[in-house]
Design a protein around this ligand. Structure first.
Ligand code: AMP
Ligand code: MG
Length: 396
C-alpha cells in the first residue's frame, strides 16, 4: 500500500540515504503504518457488517398474510425472491394497509367511510370524498353507462328488501314496497362535481354500494403498492377476487381453480369446474352459490337486475358462475363478472363484442357456467376478446 503523501513530506522532499536517518525512525513509521492499516481494516469491516447486518435480520422468506376484510377472507402472498430487497413482512404490512384503506373508505360503515356519509345525506347535499373513493365511483358510473344499466352501484334499496343469508325468505316483499325501492335505483341520479370530487343524490333515500368492484379495486391497489417497492411476483386474493403480479419467482405460473357452482361439498374431485394457470392477471368470479336466499324452492342471487328491480333468480339460462380474467385490472374483472351475471349468455356476448375495442381493448376472457334449459346440465361458455377487437366464443 503506498504511503500517504504527508508521510513522505514529513521525511523531507528528498529521499535520504538510510544511514542518515535517526535509528528509531523506521520502527516508528512501521508502527504508524500498522495502526493506520488496522484502523482502515476495522473501518472496512465495520462498514461491511453494518451494510450486511440488515440482511441478517431482514426477513425475505415467503409471507402469506391472511386477514378478514370486506366481510370475507383475504390472503396476500409475497414469495421469496420477489424482486424487492425489502422484508416480505414489511411488504405484506403495506399491502394489507392498502386493502384496509379501501374497506375503510368504501365500506358501508365505519368512521372514515365516504359511502356511509353519502348514504346518510339528504338529496341535494354535496359530500366530498377521498380521491381513491372518487376514482372507484367514477369507474362504477362508467360501467353503468357502458353496460346499459346492467351494472348499477345504486341497487341498495332493492337489495335491502331481501336478506341474503342462504336461508328461506319468510315473505316476499310487498309489490308497492318493491316498486318504491326500484324507483330509488338509477346511477344517473347520482350527481357529481369533478372539480371538488363531490357527490350528491338527486332523490332522497338512494344509496351507493360498491360491493361489485371494491374487492377487485382493493386487490389492484395492494399490487400497485408492492410494484412501487420493486416487487415483481405476488398474489393478492380478496374473497376470491385475485390479482397476480408476474408469475412465481421460479418462472412457473400461479394456479387458481374455478369453483363448480353445484359442488355439494361431498366429492372433493367435483369441487372445481376448471383450472387456470396464469401470470399477470386480474381474476374475479360472480355467481349464485355463495351469497343467496331461497324462496318457495327457488334460489335468488345477491346480484340485482336493476332493470327489473329484483334479484336474479337462479335457474336455466341464468349464469350460475362467471369467472373473468383481465390482463391487468382486477377492478375490471370484478365489474365484468357482475355485469355478465346480469346480462346472461346472449346479451353478455353482445356486450363483449360492443366493448371489444373500448373497455376490453387490452383483451379479456370470461368463462360462464349456465344451466341448460332442458336438463339443467351445466354449459361452459368461454368468451375471448383479443387485443384486435375480435371475439371468439367456445362451448363445452
Ligand atoms: P359481486 O360478488 O362482485 O358480483 O358483487 C355483488 C355485490 O354487488 C352485491 O352483493 C351487491 O352489493 C352489489 N350488486 C348487486 N347487483 C349489482 C348490480 N347489478 N350492479 C352493481 N352492483 C351490484
Ligand atoms: Mg363483481
Amino acid at each position: 500500500m503506498p504511503l500517504p503523501e504527508e508521510d513522505n513530506a514529513d521525511s523531507g522532499a528528498q529521499p535520504q540515504p538510510p544511514e542518515s536517518r535517526p535509528p528509531d525512525r523506521p520502527d516508528r513509521r512501521a508502527g504508524l503504518n500498522r495502526t493506520l492499516l488496522l484502523a482502515l481494516a476495522a473501518m472496512l469491516f465495520g462498514y461491511l457488517i453494518a451494510g450486511r447486518m440488515d440482511w441478517l435480520w431482514r426477513d425475505t422468506g415467503e409471507v402469506k398474510r391472511d386477514f378478514e376484510v370486506m366481510r370475507t377472507f383475504a390472503r396476500i402472498t409475497i414469495p421469496a425472491g420477489n424482486g424487492s430487497s425489502e422484508s416480505t413482512t414489511a411488504l405484506a404490512d403495506l399491502a394489507e394497509r392498502a386493502v384496509r384503506e379501501v374497506n375503510d373508505l368504501m365500506g358501508p360503515r365505519g368512521e372514515r367511510s365516504d359511502i356511509r356519509r353519502l348514504n346518510a345525506s339528504p338529496a341535494g347535499t354535496w359530500v366530498e370524498v377521498n380521491p381513491i373513493t372518487w376514482a372507484v365511483v367514477m369507474e362504477a358510473l362508467r360501467w353503468n353507462r357502458l353496460s346499459g344499466g346492467a351494472f348499477d352501484p345504486t341497487i341498495g334499496p332493492v337489495k335491502g328488501m331481501f336478506t341474503f343469508d342462504q336461508g328461506e325468505l319468510a315473505a316476499w316483499p310487498d309489490a308497492a314496497d318493491l316498486a318504491r325501492a326500484k324507483s330509488l335505483v338509477g346511477a344517473d341520479k347520482l350527481r357529481f362535481d369533478r372539480e371538488g370530487m363531490r357527490l350528491s343524490w338527486a332523490v332522497d333515500g338512494m344509496t351507493l354500494d360498491l360491493g361489485a368492484i371494491a374487492k377487485g379495486y382493493a386487490a389492484d391497489r395492494a399490487i400497485a403498492v408492492l410494484v412501487s417497492r420493486g416487487v415483481k411476483h405476488a398474489m393478492v386474493d380478496i374473497g376470491g377476487e385475485l390479482r397476480l403480479l408476474g408469475g412465481k419467482p421460479d418462472g412457473t405460473p400461479w394456479r387458481a381453480g374455478i369453483r363448480n357452482p353445484r359442488w355439494n361439498h361431498s366429492d372433493p374431485d367435483a369441487a372445481l369446474s376448471g383450472r387456470l394457470e396464469l401470470a399477470d392477471a386480474g381474476i374475479a368470479t360472480s355467481g349464485d352459490y355463495e351469497n343467496y336466499f331461497t324462496h318457495l324452492g327457488r334460489r335468488y342471487l345477491h346480484i340485482i337486475d336493476p332493470r327489473v328491480g329484483l334479484p336474479l333468480a337462479a335457474g336455466p339460462g341464468v349464469a350460475a358462475g362467471v369467472t373473468v380474467v383481465h390482463p391487468d385490472s382486477c377492478l375490471a374483472a370484478d365489474a365484468l363478472a357482475t355485469t355478465l351475471c346480469v346480462l346472461g349468455p346472449e346479451a353478455g356476448r353482445a356486450f363483449l363484442a360492443d366493448q371489444a375495442l373500448g373497455l376490453f381493448s387490452r383483451g379479456v376472457k370470461a368463462i360462464m357456467l349456465v344451466p341448460r334449459e332442458d336438463d339443467g346440465a351445466m354449459r361452459k361458455i368461454t368468451y375471448t376478446v383479443d387485443t384486435k377487437g375480435g371475439l371468439t366464443v367456445e362451448e363445452e
